[in-house]
Every structure is written in structure tokens, then in C-alpha cells.
Design a protein around this ligand. Structure first.
Ligand code: FPP
Length: 233
């Protein structure tokens, strides 16, 4: 009964706490978290759900200790080189949303290559939010539209919700039906603020490295019992 779900968005939280509970460095939590991500992405694709968006690195995450940022960037390099290929082989289109200018040139090159290699895949979209912040995304969209109005390319009367949606990083991707955040934190943390206006929110205490396909299925079952009214009665 996943046919009604087109898009799941996930905030993968709790890697650090998972590692700490085991007396391991935070990097061990990220490594395990990356493996969980791989498993979940493949499962979502196999369920026939059209899109999965995950929060891999926020604009605020740049303020973490250099050692941790470097570790996450290393992990990302490894995923760009090999792990994302597996999901690519399942017919996934891979997209990245976020501020690319903050990322190293070699990483951006790899991201662009994967996006271009997979751009014609339409079975499943795997969207990775990297150096992403929603207010920043909305701000840059405002700027873009203001520029067009200033240049006479856009009439103010033509600014509507559809136009704004089409100017965000997520253009062409349906809004998330559900958002899942792990680790017990019940916040949105600057994630897809425009896009989740009507999404169902699920918070689980499970730390991301321990999140399983079974728990995902359980959340999907709960989602099926919720009634989405979009403000109507
Ligand atoms: C939040 O846990 C998680 C992150 C900031 C990074 C998420 C990254 C992965 C799951 C790895 C996959 C990523 C790539 C780049 C391939 P936290 O560190 O905030 O945990 P804490 O709240 O317990 O400290």
C-alpha cells in the first residue's frame, strides 16, 4: 500500500550519540549511519516509492570541529566514488540539493557527474541534501525572482506558489508525504520548510545507525492510517 507515497524525507540524526554509547569516536557513528542510509535507500527504491530525500549535511554542520567535517567529506567522497553506484544501478536518478560553493571542487565535480549520468533515470529519485539550509534556499529563490522582476522578465502578478516551488532546489520533485526524524529530537532544523507544509511528521527515538527497514515499514503503516486533510474538513 505504498502506492500513495511518492516522497519520503528523512533527517538522519543520532550518529554521534550512537557512537558515544559504544565508547567510539563520532566518526564511527557516521560510518554506520552511511551504511544504514544505503540500506534504507535501496529499500525505499524497492518499495516503488518515487523519491527519498535525506539530510546528509546542513549549512550549520560546517561549524562542527574540522576533524568531523573532514571525516564526513571523506565519507562523501567514498560514497560518490562507489556506494552511490549501487543505487544508481537500480535505476535511480541522483540529485544533490544545497550550497555547492562551500564544497571542495573535486566533490562538486563528482556530484555533477553523477547527476548528469543519472539524469534520464525516472524510476526513483535519490535526493541528498548537502550543505543544505532551507531558509538559505528560500532566500536565494527570492533573490532570483527579484532579479527577474527588476529586469522586466517577470511580472509580480505571476509570482505564485507553483512558480516558487519550481525555483527551489527541489524543482520537479513532489512535496514529501512524510518526514521521519530519528534520535528523539522533535524539530525540523531548517529542512525543506516550504516543501513540508502538508507533510506528516514522524519522530522516532531510534538513533539513525540503528534505524531499520522494519521500522521504516512500521512508520509507513502508521502513515497509511493518518488522514491528510490539507486544511479541509
Ligand atoms: C546527525 O547525527 C548526522 C549527520 C550530521 C550526518 C549524517 C550523515 C550520515 C548518515 C552519513 C552519510 C553521509 C554521507 C556524507 C555519505 P549527529 O552527528 O548530529 O548525531 P548526534 O546528534 O547524536 O550528535
Amino acid at each position: 500500500m505504498t502506492d500513495t507515497i511518492q516522497h519520503i524525507a528523512v533527517i538522519m540524526d543520532g550518529n554521534g550519540r550512537w557512537a558515544k554509547a559504544r565508547g567510539l569516536p563520532r566518526s564511527a557513528g557516521h560510518k554506520q549511519g552511511a551504511e544504514t542510509l544505503q540500506k534504507i535507500a535501496e529499500a525505499v527504491a524497492d518499495m516503488g516509492i518515487k523519491c527519498l530525500t535525506v539530510y546528509a549535511f546542513s549549512t550549520e554542520n560546517w561549524n562542527r570541529p574540522k576533524e568531523e567535517v573532514d571525516y564526513l567529506m571523506g565519507l562523501l567522497r567514498q560514497y560518490l566514488k562507489s556506494e552511490f553506484k549501487q543505487i544508481q544501478e537500480r535505476g535511480a536518478r541522483i540529485r544533490f540539493i544545497g550550497e555547492r560553493q562551500m564544497l571542495a571542487d573535486d566533490i562538486v565535480e563528482q556530484m555533477e557527474k553523477i547527476e548528469s549520468d543519472t539524469k534520464n533515470n525516472d524510476k526513483f529519485t535519490f535526493c541528498i541534501a548537502l550543505s543544505y539550509g532551507s531558509r538559505q534556499e528560500i532566500t536565494s529563490t527570492f533573490r532570483k525572482l527579484a532579479e527577474r522582476v527588476k529586469n522586466g522578465q517577470l511580472d509580480i502578478d505571476n509570482i505564485n506558489e507553483k512558480l516558487i516551488s519550481n525555483e527551489l532546489y527541489t524543482q520537479g520533485i513532489p512535496d514529501p508525504d512524510l518526514v521521519i526524524r530519528t534520535s528523539g529530537e522533535e524539530r525540523i532544523s531548517n529542512y525543506l520548510l516550504w516543501q513540508i507544509a502538508y507533510s506528516e511528521l514522524f519522530f522516532t527515538k531510534t538513533l539513525w545507525p540503528d534505524f531499520s527497514v522494519d521500522e521504516l515499514k512500521d512508520i509507513i503503516n502508521q502513515y497509511q492510517t493518518r488522514e491528510r486533510r490539507y486544511g479541509k474538513v
